[in-house]
Every structure is written in C-alpha cells, then in structure tokens.
Write a protein that binds this ligand. Structure first.
Ligand code: GAP
Length: 511
C-alpha cells in the first residue's frame, strides 16, 4: 500500500467509523475545520486525559489552568504576534493555489532526503550485517552530494527568512526549480508576509478600537496568569502551568486533514525556572516528552528529533518531535526554551511587575520558561496513523485500529451471541455493571463475526460474547483485539481483567 493510498484510507476510515467529520459537511464543508464524531470525541478525551495526568497528576510542581480564548489585544502586541506571527506566502499563477514558501522549500529538501534514505536502504540490503551507516553516509559520493545540497538550501532559506528577505526566498524557489505540485509549473508570484491571527470585534461597536484576536496559542493565557497562580498556589520555582484549549490560525496552506487546521486544540505547559537553569530543564522536558510518546508502544522509528534552524522570535533553543505521518516526517510537538521574553514583554506593556522573589538568592527576577507544546489534533492523527492496520486473515482482510488500550474510544463491547434465549438480558446486566468503570459498547445486530470486525475497526480492545454456556456457568468469551485470542472468563472476573489491561497507569509509569 502506497503512502498516499494509506492516508486516504485513514481519512475515509475516520469518517466511516465516526472519528472525524468535515465541519458543516451538508453545506460542502468549511476548509480546514473538522468535527469529532462519537468515536473521535472519546479518543480525543482520552488523549487529553493521558497528557493531563502525565503533566499535572504525575508532577506535584505542575498545576492546571483554563484561561479564556479572548484576551486583551495588548497581550498579542506584547507577545510579538501582531508584528511577527507571519508566514511567507506565494501563489502559483497557473493553478491559483497558495503555498507557504518555507513549506515548499522544506518539502523539496525532504524529497532530496528521501533519495539519501533510498541509497541507505539499497546499501543495507547489499552489505547486510557489515553495513556501517555512518561511514556510508559520510563517504558515498552521491549521498554526500545530496547532503551538501540540503545543507546549502537550508542555510539560504534560514538566512532569507531571518533577514525577512522575501526576494531571496523567491530566488531560492526559482534556483531550485521548485514546481507547483498541482500545475507542475514554475509560474510564481512574489513572496509576501501574511499574519495568521483571526480578529473580531468586542461588543456592538464595529470600530478598530474594539478589535480583539482569537488566540493563536494557549501559552499567553498562562503567561498573563503567572503571578495569579504563583501567588495563590504558593508556588516556588521551578514550577509549571499546564493548559489544554482551542487555538486559531488563519493557515495559508490548510491541507492534510486534521494535520493543519484553522481551529485546533493545543496542550501546552510552561515551566518557570531560575535563569541559568533553563538548559538543564530543557533537556529534562525533552526526555520526558519523548518518553510520553514512547509509552504508547508504537514503533519508535516513526518518531525523530528535529532541531530548529530558524528560531521563533521568543526562543533561544527549540526542538520538535517529528512523526512519520503518511505524508512524511512532520512536526508533532515543539519543546522550546522561551527565555524570559514573554514575561518581560508583558511586564513592560502592562506596567505590572512580573517577578519572582527567590528566598534562597534573596533577589527578584523574571523567571525563564521552558515550554512543551503539542497539538491535540495532530496527536489524534498520529495515533490514527500509527494504529491503522490491514491484516490478511485466512478468508478475508480485516482493518484493525491498534489504538493503545488506554486511549481506545470504547474499552469493551458486550455482544450477546443471539437476540433470544435471555442472552441480551445477561449482556445488559454485564453492561450495567461494567459501565461504571469503562466506556462500553452494546451491540446485538448482525453475526458475531461482523460485530468483531466492527469493533476492530473502532479499536475496541476487548469483546465480551455472551452465549448459551453463560446461562449454565456464568462465564463469557473474552476476545482480545490484536491477537484475536479468545478465553473463557467468569463474569465476576471481567472488571479486574479488563481494568488491568486498559489502565493508563502502565503508560504513566513508563514516563
Ligand atoms: N506556544 C508555542 C506554539 O504554539 P507551535 O509550534 O506554533 O508553538 C505547537 O505550535 C503545536 O501546535 C505544534 O507542534 C502542532 O502540534 C500544533 N499546531 C500548530 N498549528 C497547528 C494547526 N494549524 N493545526 C493543528 N495543529 C497545530
């Protein structure tokens, strides 16, 4: 199965089984805005819960917050978003399509990188166990050339973007002969800057004085509440504030399903530290966050680190955790060392002292900040992409979502073998008992085989089948999703067995 094919299958699967729907679909949809269906909202809530528990419950010096989406307009002036939250855009005159110029260049570099990967794969096959990848990459003439080309392109792109030389960005696109993926032509407009914030008006007066923004990140809600939380929570440095909430960006390129949306959710944590210790905490949170991903049990070859070449206006170091989505490695999470930029800016624009009195050092200072920021929707897509599997069985192919049990929308499906002989009554009794602990799914329509397939497709880790033997000995069949193994289990033991397998505890312990 090709990667494009795999991606379109995942998108259709997400719709067919109630994970994700296009927003306002009956009106032909709204671009880059999506709704989560009955299975999707459960998966999304479980991801949120897993993140929240890993950040807040597991760390006594991290607390939560839920700040408003609307904020004083000066917040966005202070944070730099009014002046600098721009993307360079470019249009192709033939296809009339609009692109982010930096993304076009990055995708071009990715193509060259894929050529390197192809060479490595070929050589690995040829040399087998004797293959020394590091030596091969540093000496093979074609690979060395590809790498040099990537390095040169990256340097030119970073220099051009950092100096805001948009003409140089366009020149790079022309020199590299980058073509529009739709029209296949190089008929480009000039590169222009485009601010990504949505604005609206507060109250009934439509004057510019009332202009406010839909927040483009949740982090600023944390910064402006730093003093509130620190004082009322009697927090000592280092401590963190975590928040999950909606963010809005008028993205230029909004393709790839829920990867890049105009309305999305972020899970962010700002960790406030003593200046001079930020490097050590930066390292600490990088490790913690990668462990969080690792604990989900997916193939770790799908994850990699990417160090930023071009830093955001507030950061002095930044790494991304990238995931190998069906359309290539892309950013999933950012871990940023944000210095004291935001708090200092808010201090000067608000005129309020935002400082921490350090009783040990006997001095006041503006704390430094290490941020972890992950998109909830992107994490959702990561889980869907990593979990989607097609398996050839003896007589058929099954689609199974191997979602980690702790995140699965439903933990258990309860299925009476037939709709008679009192089996549905027992199944209902089991459901009434288990529903206090787990999100359960009850189904009695269709053959048992079809019902198993449907649960596989939703990712339900366990199916309980109530059959005639149940009437005699109060046992049921417990079927496990991935192995499809079935065992006979006493009804009284179900809660314990399932509870042990679907608990988030096992994941949290690995972080
Ligand atoms: N507070 C820092 C910040 O917002 P960012 O790298 O712009 O940093 C953080 O965003 C994360 O939010 C990204 O790694 C990504 O997972 C998610 N994200 C950003 N823009 C998004 C979009 N348009 N659609 C979906 N997720 C997005």
């Amino acid at each position: 199965m090709g990667q494009d094919d795999r991606f379109s299958k995942i998108v259709s699967h997400a719709k067919e089984y109630g994970f994700v729907f296009q927003s306002s679909e009956i009106y032909d949809g709204l671009s880059a805005v999506y709704d989560y269906g009955q299975a999707g909202v459960e998966l999304k809530n479980n991801i949120k819960q897993f993140w929240w528990d890993a950040m807040v419950k597991m760390n006594e010096n991290v607390v939560g917050l839920d700040s408003a989406i609307f904020m004083h307009p000066k917040v966005w002036k202070a944070s730099g978003h009014v002046d600098a939250f721009n993307d360079p855009l470019i249009d192709n005159k033939d296809s009339q399509k609009r692109y982010r110029a930096d993304v076009l260049i990055e995708e071009h570099m990715e193509k060259i990188y894929q050529k390197i990967q192809k060479e490595i794969k070929k050589a690995k096959k040829r040399f087998g166990d004797d293959f020394d990848e590091a030596q091969f990459v540093s000496t093979h003439p074609r690979v060395v050339k590809y790498q040099e080309r990537i390095d040169t392109i990256r340097k030119r792109m970073v220099d051009a973007l950092e100096s805001e030389n948009l003409q140089a960005v366009k020149q790079l696109i022309e020199d590299e002969e980058i073509v529009d993926p739709v029209s296949g032509t190089r008929n480009w407009t000039d590169v222009r800057q485009f601010n990504l914030m949505f604005d609206t008006k507060l109250g009934s007066l439509a004057s510019d004085d009332n202009k406010i923004y839909l927040r483009p990140e949740t982090a600023q809600g944390i910064f402006v509440n730093y003093l509130n939380v620190q004082k009322t929570g009697r927090q000592k440095l280092p401590f963190g504030i975590a928040q999950i909430g909606k963010a809005f960006r008028n993205e230029i390129v909004a393709r790839q399903f829920i990867f890049r949306m105009r309305e999305f959710e972020q899970m962010e944590m700002q960790f406030f530290v003593q200046p001079g210790t930020e490097k050590e905490w930066f390292k600490y949170w990088r490790e913690k966050r990668m462990n969080w991903h690792k604990s989900l049990g997916f193939n770790m070859d799908l994850f990699r680190w990417h160090e930023h070449d071009k830093l955001a206006h507030y950061a002095n170091a930044a790494y991304d955790i990238e995931f190998d989505f069906p359309f290539g490695f892309k950013e999933l999470e950012g871990i940023h060392s944000r210095t004291n930029f935001d708090l200092t800016q808010h201090q000067s624009l608000s005129g309020k002292k935002i400082q921490y009195y350090d009783p040990e050092k006997e001095e006041s200072y503006v704390p430094y900040v290490v941020e972890t920021s992950i998109g909830l929707d992107r994490t959702f897509l990561m889980v869907m992409a990593a979990a989607y599997a097609e398996e050839k069985l003896e007589k058929e192919t099954r689609v199974v979502m191997k979602i980690p049990a702790a995140l699965a929308p439903y933990k258990v499906a309860i299925l009476p073998l037939v709709k008679k002989d009192g089996l549905p009554d027992i199944a209902r009794e089991i459901m009434d008992e288990l529903k206090y602990d787990f999100n359960c799914y009850y189904e009695e329509k269709d053959s048992i085989g079809k019902r198993y397939r449907r649960q596989d497709a939703i990712g339900t880790p366990y199916c309980i089948t109530v059959d005639h033997q149940t009437l005699e000995d109060k046992t049921v069949t417990l079927r496990e999703r991935d192995s499809m193994k079935q065992e006979r289990v006493a009804i009284s033991e179900l809660a314990g067995i399932i509870g042990e397998k679907v608990s988030m505890k096992h994941l949290l312990k690995q972080i």
